[in-house]
Each structure stands twice: as structure tokens, then as C-alpha cells.
Design a protein around this ligand. Sequence first.
Ligand code: NOJ
Ligand code: CA
Length: 535
Amino acid sequence: MSAAWWQWGVVYQVYPRSFQDTNGDGIGDLAGIEQHLDYLADLGVDALWISPMYPSPMADFGYDVADYCEVDPRFGTLADFDRLLSAAHARGLKIILDYVPNHTSNRHPWFLESRSARTSPKRDWYLWRDAAPGGGPPNNWISDFGGPAWTWDEATGQYYAHAFLKEQPDLNWRNPEVQRAMFDVLRFWFARGVDGFRIDVLWHIFKAADFRDNPPNPDYRPGRGEMHRVLQTCSTDQPEVHGVIAEMRRIADRFGARVLIGEVCLPLERSMRYYGTDGEGIHLPFNFRLVDATPAQWTAAGLADLVGAYEAALPEGAWPNWVLGSHDAPRIAARRGDAQARVAAMLLLTLRGTPTLYQGDELAIGAVHVPAASVQDPRELREPGLGLGRDPSRTPMAWNAEGHAGFSSALPWLPLHDDWPTRNVARMWADRESTLSLYRRLLALRRAYPALSRGEWSLLPVQGDVLGYVRGHGAQRLVVALNLGATPQSFTLPAWAASARVLLSTVPGDPSPPSSTTLHLRPDEGLILAPSLEA
Ligand code: NOJ
Ligand code: CA
């Protein structure tokens, strides 16, 4: 099977504010990304997804875009971007940008014009509505960050819709001019050589044309965020989105070998529709299943169900993808602890499908405490104390044991993790047993074994705390066995894998070699094994 780069490759998410600062303002920048391209190439990833670096008032740290075709001066210039892109390409690394189509900044010139008068030619570029008959917002939609999804504009006497902050007004994708302008943004960056886009909240861009109320959520429990009071039945995931996606796909295909990865947070069956039919969907609807897995699901039986259900739901010809974390979710090491974070790394990089790795997870950065006075995330500021804040997973990378961990010469915009003097790239790169070295070795194995990067996947029966599966490509077959528990376990291998050789363990020290078909796993141990014939 000839696979595309976005199928066999590994994506690494860069959160630019927190990657590397080069000009001493405590905020990462594009030159900082360029500085570490060798690190990323040596680590063994294939593509970088860079979170928004466009001009922005930073109400939502770049997800409020004021100009889609420029670079924020805090991050650099378009020339810096072009340099980064060619330096990445020179190392065989692809660049994927974040595309934010649902909303702009309230300071985008389009919105300034739209709000200037009811008669503005751009009035209909956004979602303006009169107040409800008795006064108040036009319907019951709630912002994902809490509070009504509508803000009153005194000057023109109407409400505008925003799925997120009031500083992020929603575009009207039913307006053909909006579509044209936003498709031009894709062309602008593709023509510059960008290899793909991660599309922000893709399932949000169309809302029900009649703006009817969302139904109440019968399972709502306070404490999980006010947005969950209602089901987003009418404010998201409307059928019209697929027509627009088809056009985005046509544009990408015309440039060739580009990828569209869509953020889609929906129940399994509905998210699968975003693959589309006949090559008219996005290449990869981002798969949040491992990010959202509850502790009860993070067991051998639970993960077997989760992965099995996802594989079974994939439409014909669709390629899977897997993710452990992002700038929006608590880090994997914070969720599962250090030892299981290593097992999770092996899971991520041995399942079938494109993995996305979030910066800093290769260091297993854990739960970073961000003191109340240092909180930056508007999500936390709006609904404090519920554990919804995203700052703890956005703290800076730690490169070495100097100054501010080599991230910046100045105080970073968010605090570093406490153990940065030892949990940093320089130190962990030199330590063969570190989580960073584990990631490096896993990535090297993916390169060496097509069975891992593009092979078939089949589940073995769960045994105790052990999740086992086989990856196969042509004559090459590998077994992966993951002990999801903290006690020793044994696992019976299929007969064809008797006396298999251990290629890699997540646990330092020598794994016990399988005796015939019996495998002994240490607590929290993940193993990749090759049948002896593969040796
Ligand atoms: C999803 C992004 O990942 C998140 O960081 C942002 O706040 C929202 N979309 C709104 O753009
Ligand atoms: Ca900087």
C-alpha cells in the first residue's frame, strides 16, 4: 500500500507562545521554532502543527484572529515564517497551520465594518439578530466558555453570536462572500508552501438557519462548565458544513499532497461523517477518544473497547488518527501519572493511524500549578475553580537547566513546571531511560517497521490488565502488549509469536524474555515484540 505522508508520518503540535523565545519578551516566537527544527527532526517527527501565529489581540491566545494572512509581530514576520517553512522543508519536516474559520477577532477589520452600521456591506458576514420579543438574547445558546453566546451591540441595537468569547464573533458561513474570503486564506498559505491545516472547531461553523433554541441537556451536572446545560444540537454540526468542507478539500487537492485535519468533538458516528464520501471530506477528523477517556476506560478492557469501536466505525478507506493531549486538555502525565504516560506513549505510537504528539508530552510534564495571580486562560477566568483552565498544559518547554529552562532570558508568560531543572530536553536526551528517549526510540521503530507506521491492526484477547494487539505489514508482524496496571502480569502470546524478541520496553532495565508463548510484564510495562523470525 502506498501511503501518503500524513498517514505514515507523525505530527508534533507546537504551541508557539510556549516553545522558544528568542527576543527576551517571555513569549515564544517563530525564530524559536526554527531554532529547534534539528531537535524535532532528530526526535523523529514528520510534521509540525503550529497553533495560531496570526495577528491577534490574544483574548484567546491567537484563536481570535485579526488578520488571517499575516504574522503577529510578537511571533515575527511573514519573512520569518517563510524562513521557518523552508528550513523545515530542508529537513523533511512538513508545516501544518491552524485555520480558524468559525470566528474572527472582534478587532478584525471585517467585524469592525460589520458592527459599524446595520447597513454595512459586511453586516451579514457575522450573525446579527434582534433581541428576543421580551428583550434579552435571541435564543438560549451558551458560549463554550460560559455565559450567553450572544453579546448586545448598543450602537446598532442588535446581538451578535459567538460560540466562544465575545471577542470572537462567529462568521456567517451561509454568506458566499465569507466563503470566498475564507477559501482565499487557504489558497494564500498553500501557495506559500504550507503542507496542511488543522481546522479549528470545524463542527461549529454552521448553525441551524432558524436559530432555534438548543434542547436542555438531561444529564447536566453543575461543575462541568455552563455550556453543558444545553445540547448543542442547533448551534453546531449542521449538514451544510459538509458542502463547505468539500470545497476546502477541492482547494487542498488542487495544490496536491496537502492535508486537512479537522477539530471535530462529536459522538463517534457523527464525527465519522467528516471523512466524507468520494474524497470530499477532510483527511482526518481529529480523534479525541484517548484524550476524553475516563479513568474507568483507561484499562485493558476499556481501551480494547475504545480502540475497537473506533476502528469499527471508520468508513471504508478512512485512515485513523490518535492523540493523547493538546493545549486544551490536561496533560497525559497529569491524567495518568509518569509510568502510565510511558505506556500511553507506546499506545499512541503503535496504534494504526496518524499520531499527534503535543509539545512537552515527550518530557512527561505533569500537572503544573498555576497560581491564581498568574492565570492567563480566559476559560479559567470566566469559570474559575472547576478545573477547566488550560494554562497548566500551556506552560513553556524546558530545554536545559539554565535560566528559565533555556526557554527565555526573561520571565516566561506562564510558569515552568517545578522539576524543570531535571525535566528538560538536554538532560533527558542524555538519559537513555528517560521518557524523551522512549519517544525517540518509539519514533525510530516506527521508521524501521512499516508494520507500525502503516500496517494492519488486530486486537488480541484482553488478559488481565494487558491490552495486546498485532500490527502487520506484508510478512512483517509485531506484537504490542501493554500492562495498564501497577502489578506484574503474564500474557500468552499467539503461537506464531512464541519466543518473540523484545524490541522495546517502557520500563528501564531488562524485560524478562518471553519463554515460549508466556510473557511476563512488569508493573506499568509496555512491550513491542518481534517474532524470532523477524530478528
Ligand atoms: C479550539 C482551540 O483548540 C481552543 O484553544 C480555542 O479556545 C477554541 N477552539 C476557540 O477557537
Ligand atoms: Ca519572543
